[in-house]
Write a protein that binds this ligand. Structure first.
Ligand code: RIB
Length: 283
């Protein structure tokens, strides 16, 4: 039973709440807050720093006690300003550059390397990477992991990698990306996608062009969201501990509030895991 005046609110600003990755993260946040009479305000920045700052201001006007933010490129100054005005800030799906701001992230360089190591072990020597703009931290880190794994396998990225940049990290972006991959004269035999939503569009595009998965094109996604295992061709994906990511961010925020000066800021980093399914497995 709730007591009058005891409900407090925190905010979360993620890149896109329509992406099931962030929905699953938000569920983890909610599960941690539920135990303590906190409610959650949730918004999407669409990777736009101005939209992110506007939500930050609106949240502050609503009197939030703290915010968890997946920062857009260039938004860190607005976050620091909010922190200086007394709003507790925890970075979500990002590694904090500051010792006095906590963060929760997954090792995206390693995650992308796992995907490429898997494809190389299956014998693929020409691999497409459907990625988003490098201004997005996750995209830049995953690209670094792709290059690292190719070089470690003795492959020249100039020859082994076909990079395609999509505008939106969703199914439409993925479909647009795979069309460009299929137009390559020296067509790759595998494609690694920046996230599972993009992989969904890639699978749709491959089906429309009658390209068999995985016989003619292996597909690997990233996130391992719930739908990944439920597709007609179940999707191989790099699993992120989504619920744990959100739960831990909320836990840090609540502890920061209750422990005050005694709170020790942390940069928590989880490890990703490859989940192999039919979209890459020839057997
Ligand atoms: O928003 C881009 C991606 O970043 C998401 O798909 C998820 O992978 C996150 O880390």
């Amino acid at each position: 039973q709730l007591r009058a005046g005891t409900i407090q609110t925190v905010g979360a600003i993620v890149l896109d709440i329509a992406n099931p990755f962030f929905t699953e993260v938000a569920r983890g946040v909610e599960d941690r807050l539920a135990a303590e009479d906190y409610t959650l305000m949730l918004s999407s920045s669409d990777e736009d720093p101005e939209r992110e700052s506007r939500y930050l201001r609106l949240f502050e006007e609503h009197g939030v006690q703290g915010v968890m933010v997946t920062p857009s490129a260039g938004s860190i100054d607005a976050l620091l300003a909010a922190r200086d005005r007394g709003v507790d800030v925890v970075l979500l799906d990002a590694t904090s550059p500051f010792d006095d701001i906590s963060s929760v992230a997954v090792d995206d360089v390693r995650g992308a390397a796992l995907a490429i190591e898997h494809l190389v072990a299956l014998g693929h020597r020409r691999i497409a990477f459907v990625n988003g703009p490098l201004s997005i931290r996750q995209c830049a880190d995953r690209r670094a992991g792709v290059l690292q794994a190719l070089l470690a396998a003795g492959l020249d990225p100039e020859r082994a990698l076909v990079e395609v940049t999509i505008g939106s990290l969703n199914a439409d972006g993925g479909e647009e990306g795979i069309a460009r991959v299929l137009d390559e004269s020296d067509r790759p035999t595998a494609v690694f996608c920046v996230n599972d939503l993009a992989a969904l569009g890639v699978l749709r595009g491959l089906r429309a062009r009658d390209v068999a998965v995985p016989a003619e094109m292996a597909v690997v996604g990233y996130d391992d969201v719930t739908f990944a295992s439920m597709l007609t061709v179940p999707l191989t994906s790099v699993r992120q501990p989504t619920h744990q990511l959100g739960w831990t961010a909320a836990d840090l925020l609540l502890r920061q509030r209750t422990e005050g000066e005694r709170f020790q800021h942390q940069r928590v980093q989880f490890q990703p895991e490859l989940v192999v399914r039919g979209s890459s497995d020839p057997n």
